[in-house]
Design a protein. Structure first.
Length: 198
């Protein structure tokens, strides 16, 4: 019986630690990240091997965004490549007043939103072009540690490349190169070289 109590205690402590780490950052009002991501297509994409797969850089990608949510993946087929997904917003999707009217979730490598209020000032198109889902690939251990520390609500800067991925047995994973798409294939796959929290 004693071992059961020890297991329950450890599980409770772990749950409390995770809840503390995942707590939201209290952000000020207003638009906190006004500019859309800066994307520069590469004329000659660079190819390199890492994490057991081949990456092909498609575009330089630098962005200052508000972190809407993040999700850690450990068991899916891509978790060894991109262990984190980041739902991010800029422009109106970095404004607390707008975000308070939305429920945001992530599951199965997708980013979902639902309006709480039918009279929200943000149109569906404005929401789509002001938010994105990034499959985050840390380029080094410092970036990996930073990904685990950033908190929902924080403004963050990400620097790196949008990449396509190729692996064994015909595995292919292609990044989106536009902010206007939705659904399967609309996520950005990002090789992240640096994360800053201004």
């Amino acid at each position: 019986m004693r071992i059961v109590w020890i297991i329950l205690l450890v599980a409770s402590l772990y749950g409390a630690m995770r809840a503390w780490q995942d707590r939201a950052f209290v952000a000020p009002d207003g638009v906190l990240a006004p500019d859309p991501p800066n994307q520069v297509l590469l004329e000659q994409p660079v190819q390199f091997d890492a994490r057991g797969v081949t990456f092909r850089e498609r575009a330089r990608y630098d962005l200052k965004v508000r972190l809407l949510r993040k999700e850690r993946y450990r068991l899916d087929g891509a978790s060894s490549i991109a262990p984190w997904d980041l739902a991010v917003g800029w422009g109106p999707m970095s404004d607390t007043g707008v975000l308070d009217d939305l429920e945001i979730s992530q599951m199965g490598r997708f980013f979902y939103w639902r309006m709480r209020n039918a009279s929200s000032p943000l149109s569906t198109r404005d929401l789509i072009v002001s938010a994105g889902q990034i499959h985050a690939i840390p380029a080094n251990e410092h970036v990996e540690a930073a990904l685990s520390r950033i908190r929902r609500g924080q403004v963050i800067e990400l620097h790196g490349y949008l990449v396509d991925v190729a692996g064994a047995n015909g595995f292919r994973w292609s990044t989106s190169l536009t902010r206007e798409d939705t659904g399967d294939g609309a996520c950005e796959i990002m090789w992240i070289e640096a994360i800053d929290v201004p």
